[in-house]
Design a protein around this ligand. Structure first.
Ligand code: P6P
Length: 335
C-alpha cells in the first residue's frame, strides 16, 4: 500500500486560487516559486555545518549587522529565484538598503511586491538553533511601470499574503493568504511541503512569555511592570508563564503560535524605537498572528497592521501572541 503523501502545498495553493474564479494564476505561480527558493535555503541551512558555509561572511548589511555566509546565500537565493519569474514588480530585503525593481532584462509587468528577511536569527546559525525566513506580499499600487518606494511602504492591512519558513528539527512553511494559517512540514525524502498543521489557531491561553531579560536594566517602568505581570504567581489566571526566549524571532514566534504565548521586544535605551523591523518582521508575523486568532501591537498600543510605514527599514517595538495576553499587555501599557 503506497504511503499516503497528504496534501501538498501545491494542492493547497490551487484550492485557495479556486476561491477567486477570475484568478490569473500569477499569485499562485509566485508562491510556488517562493516555496522552491525556501527549499533551496532549507537544503543549504541543513547541511551548512558540513559544507564550510557557517561563520561570518566578512561583510555587513544595511543594518550594520555582521552578515553570516548563510545570510548572503539566503538573500542571493531569493533575489535570483524570484527576479525573472515575471510575477513581481519588485522586491526589498532586510539585508539591502534599497528596493530592487525587476531588471529590464527580465519579464516586466509583474503585479506583486515581495519583501523578505532572508535569514532571521542568523546569529544562531553556528550553534544549530532554529532560524527562519520571513516574507510578505503586497499588490503593486503605483501607476509607473517600474515599482516605486510607495509600493513597499504599505500598511499590513493591505497584505495579500505573508508567512515564514522555520529551519529547525524539521523545516516548516507557515503562511496565510487571508483564509487562516496553514502549516506545512517538508518531507525531505520527497522534497515536498506536506500540510501538517491545517488552519492553525493560536491557543487563547498563553503558556510562555518571550523577552530578552538581559535588557531589563534598559526598560522603562511600564515594561518592567508588564513582564512582572506574566511572572506573577496567580494560578487562577494561569500565571506565572514559563520563560522561553532563544533569540530567533521566527522560532520564538512559531513556538508561541502553536503552544500559546506572548513575545515582547520593547524599546529600550539601546533601541529607542525598538529593534525589530516593521516591514520585514513585525508586519508579516502580525498578519499571521491575527489570522490565527491572536494579536500584535507596538508598545504604544497601536495595532501593528494599522501602522503606515514611513521608511523601508523602520524599527518598531513588538508585542505579539495570543489575543488575551496581548490585550492584557495593552491594558498595562496604557493605564
Ligand atoms: P536580541 C535576530 O537578530 C532578531 O532580529 C530576532 O530574530 C530576534 O528575536 C532578536 O533579533 C534577538 O535580539 O537583542 O535579544 O539578541
Amino acid at each position: 500500500m503506497p504511503t499516503k503523501l497528504g496534501t501538498t502545498i501545491t494542492k493547497k495553493i490551487m484550492e485557495e486560487q479556486r476561491l477567486y474564479p477570475s484568478a490569473s494564476g500569477n499569485f499562485s505561480g509566485m508562491l510556488y516559486e517562493l516555496v522552491v527558493g525556501l527549499k533551496v535555503i532549507a537544503y543549504e541551512v541543513n547541511k551548512a555545518g558540513l559544507m564550510g558555509i557557517l561563520g561570518k561572511a566578512g561583510s555587513s548589511n544595511i543594518q550594520g549587522e555582521e552578515q553570516q555566509k548563510l545570510d548572503v546565500f539566503a538573500n542571493t537565493t531569493l533575489i535570483h529565484k524570484m527576479d525573472h519569474t515575471g510575477y513581481l514588480a519588485g522586491m526589498a530585503s532586510e539585508e539591502n538598503e534599497d528596493i530592487f525593481p525587476i531588471p529590464d532584462r527580465h519579464p516586466q509587468g509583474g503585479k506583486y511586491i515581495l519583501l523578505f528577511d532572508p535569514l532571521d536569527g542568523s546569529s544562531n546559525i553556528d550553534v544549530n538553533i532554529s532560524i527562519g525566513t520571513i516574507f510578505s506580499v503586497f499588490r503593486k499600487i503605483s501607476d509607473h511601470p517600474k515599482c516605486e518606494l510607495k509600493d513597499f511602504l504599505q500598511p499590513g492591512t493591505q497584505l495579500l499574503a505573508s508567512g515564514y519558513a522555520v529551519y529547525g528539527s524539521s523545516t516548516m512553511f507557515v503562511y496565510s493568504t487571508g483564509y487562516g494559517v496553514q502549516g506545512f512540514t517538508l518531507d525531505p525524502g520527497v522534497g515536498e511541503f506536506i500540510l501538517s498543521h491545517p488552519d492553525i489557531m493560536t491557543p487563547k491561553k498563553a503558556s510562555y512569555y518571550s523577552i530578552n531579560e538581559g535588557n531589563s536594566v534598559n526598560w522603562d517602568a511600564k515594561i518592567t511592570k508588564l513582564v512582572n505581570y506574566f511572572k506573577m504567581d496567580d494560578k487562577a489566571s494561569g500565571r506565572p508563564l514559563s520563560g522561553r526566549y532563544i533569540g530567533s524571532l521566527v522560532a520564538d514566534f512559531h513556538r508561541n503560535l502553536l503552544k500559546g504565548g506572548i513575545f515582547m521586544y520593547p524599546p529600550d535605551k539601546k533601541s529607542p524605537n525598538g529593534k525589530l523591523r516593521l516591514m520585514y518582521e513585525a508586519i508579516p508575523l502580525a498578519y499571521i498572528a491575527e489570522q490565527a486568532g491572536g494579536a500584535a501591537i507596538d508598545c504604544f498600543g497601536n495595532r501593528i497592521l494599522d501602522i503606515v510605514p514611513k521608511e523601508l527599514h523602520q524599527r518598531t517595538s513588538l508585542i505579539i501572541g495570543g489575543k488575551d495576553a496581548v490585550e492584557q499587555a495593552r491594558r498595562i501599557l496604557l493605564e
